[in-house]
Design a binder for this molecule. Structure first.
Ligand code: SF4
Length: 425
């Protein structure tokens, strides 16, 4: 198994990802998340620090959602899942950021900025067609001075050994690819800049392959912030990563009960209030006071030919821009979990867990859990045969694409209502 932001090979073992990289499982889905089929159906299989987001949602505090798309090919059903996750979080109250990762496409895929500008717009229009509201902040990396400036600062916190161990970079890896890793960290931390209201919990909905970016960013966020926090009985222990003089300054500003030690200060009171106050003091002295970003991880969709959906292999994906009739044909040719013959299938039943068509129903085509359950049961019991099942799915795909593409035309007219920081190269 190889899982990196630029390459996924072999059968992905999600339990191993959870174990090896410390991704947390959603063992019990909180009630408010069950409204979202991705959580409810465990398509989002894990998270980091999502509790912070839930708490902010429940207490109506500030929080943000950000994710991005590398404009290297047409948006497809795999991207649709991330788009819907962003929109769901926007509707749940998150300040919303969408990145078009054109620097990444330039550095990693060698695409020109004029090409990525055009492809990026296709992603933006699809997001709008799917329901992204106009208070989202949409930007191209190459046009976003805040991201580029932040990346320069963050790059001081990263060295070669760390990049090698997280991404498996080798002596042939270009400097551009390394720098893109820091650009992505800046994308993730941008919502916490003063300009956007300062530090806040931020969730990044991504596929499991993007976890290296999340791990790196969390490390950088911790290292670049001045103060660190540790929960103690009745309060919080605060240390300074950047020298004792910051503890002296903090001590002079505190209005809580506290006890000063050589290397830390124990502050007593509400954890929330203490952290908020200390973060404000850090910002006063020029620190970023980042809150470690959270993430949700969705699993990969089985592509129409059996492997992972990939823009570079059009036969594996349904593009959101595909002609509906062509998409219908792709669905009819897709790999299923069916048996060698109708007779065998009636006798043994199909295997929906290995079926790209069932995957389409589960992730995209059916919101109704009962209807999905019925297909699953009928498939397993051999009551449903693949030809008919594919025909039903292909009709749904065709209808969705017709409607979506009509909405894309409307989105084109709505672009002017959105903040889009777009490259001019
Ligand atoms: Fe897949 Fe449907 Fe065939 Fe079952 S009957 S294996 S769900 S295509």
């Amino acid at each position: 198994m190889k899982v990196s932001p630029w390459e996924v090979e072999g059968l992905v073992d999600y339990n191993r990802l959870i174990k090896d990289f410390g991704i947390q499982k959603f063992d019990k889905i909180p009630e408010e998340l069950k409204k979202n089929k991705f959580f409810r159906r465990h398509i989002i299989f894990g998270h980091r620090d999502y509790d912070k987001i839930l708490e902010a949602m429940r207490l109506k505090k500030d929080w943000a959602v950000m994710s991005g798309f590398m404009p290297s090919g047409s948006p497809h059903f795999g991207h649709k899942m991330t788009m819907e996750e962003i929109i769901w979080h926007q509707n749940a109250g998150g300040q919303t950021f969408v990145c078009i990762a054109d620097i990444e496409a330039y550095a990693v895929r060698g695409l020109s900025f004029s090409k990525t500008k055009r492809i990026g717009l296709e992603y933006i229009k699809s997001l709008i067609a799917l329901g992204l509201k106009d208070d989202a902040y949409i930007y191209y990396q190459s046009a976003c001075e805040d991201v580029k400036n932040l990346a320069i600062k963050l790059s001081c916190e990263v060295n070669w050994s760390e990049l090698k161990s997280i991404y498996g970079f080798n002596p042939e890896t270009t400097l551009a690819k390394m720098f893109v890793s820091v650009i992505q960290a800046a994308d993730i931390l941008q919502p916490q800049l003063k300009k956007f209201g300062g530090p806040k919990p931020t969730v990044i909905p991504v596929g499991a392959d993007q976890d290296p970016h999340i791990r790196l960013t969390r490390d950088i966020a911790a290292r670049s912030s001045i103060f660190s926090f540790e929960k103690i009985e009745n309060g919080v222990r605060v240390r300074s990563r950047k020298g004792k003089h910051y503890l002296d300054y903090l001590e002079s500003k505190l209005e809580f009960d506290f006890r000063r030690y050589e290397e830390h200060i124990d502050i007593f009171g509400s954890q929330d209030e203490i952290e908020k106050t200390v973060r404000n003091i850090e910002i006063e002295v020029g620190g970023p006071a980042f809150i470690l970003p959270s993430a949700t991880y969705h699993r990969f969709i089985i592509g129409l030919t059996g492997g992972k959906m990939s823009s570079s292999k059009p036969e594996t994906v349904i593009s959101l821009l595909d002609d509906p009739t062509d998409a219908e044909k792709k669905v009819m040719k897709a790999i299923t979990g069916g048996r060698g013959s109708a007779e065998e299938q009636r006798k043994l039943g199909g295997i929906p867990d290995k079926c790209s068509i069932f995957e389409l129903y589960k992730i995209h085509l059916l919101d109704d859990d009962h209807a999905l359950k019925e297909i699953e049961q009928d498939c397993r019991q051999g009551k449903l045969l693949c030809g008919y099942c594919k025909k039903m799915a292909s009709e749904l795909v065709k209808d969705f694409l017709k409607e979506h593409q009509a909405k894309i035309s409307d989105a084109e007219r709505m672009l002017k209502d959105y903040t889009i920081v777009m490259n001019t190269i």
